[in-house]
Design a protein. Sequence first.
Length: 277
Amino acid sequence: MTALGYVGLALLGLVVGSFLTMVIDRVPDRLSVLRPGPRCPYCEHGLGGSELVPLVGFMVVRGRCRYCDHHITPAYPAVELITAAAFVVAAWRIGAHPQLVPVLIFFATLIALSVVDLYRYRIPDRILFPGMLAGIIGITVVSVIEDEPRMILAALTGALIYFFLLLVPHLIYPKGMGFGDVKLALLLGLFLGWVDSDVLGTLQLILYALLIGALVASVGGTILFLFRKVSHRTILPDPEADESEPLSMLGSTLPFGPALALSAGLVFLFSQQLLGT
């Protein structure tokens, strides 16, 4: 892929990331993404043209709403930048290939789900299942174009394997493994299964993803605990947690979905190296 292609994908990622911020804000509350148009989340004043430019709009208003002067969370430009970076990295690993399209949908869905899970501690079906449907359609189209229809079955097999691997710990200890993470495994396994038609290869990639996800969650949970301890602030609080209880390492909660999403994305991109193919 040319340098111009990477620039184009980065710009596309910024635009998609801007749209994802609306999805993240509205879909969990069952609000329409299309109407009303983009507006300040605090005073609900409609945004002007310059404010709608991804990333630039945030810098123009210096992180504050020009109508109510309320501080705007940097999570908005962060989502845009992360989406742009994810699109560029995906293009770097996959190249100008039809496979890139469903992968971009996959990454965009993972980013939206991860941010919602970080703030709300849940995986919304209204984001997960449309993203999974789009992924299945994309995988099917690309597999047919490449005359590899067996990869469709491999993807579905991967979804089921990952689903049942997380379903078991959920049934044993529901508080430790939420059912939202189990449903998320369907989407993750779908793409990990698409990598390799061999069931053992798919299982190997899923186990890699689980191990990396557990490591990311452990490190992330420790860092979050230390931030909470040092700052004496409730950062990314669990909506269902009892704030009256004293802060402890074991009692410090962090959603598992973002760690699962990040690890699956990394394993997907570097699957050839992990499988030695």
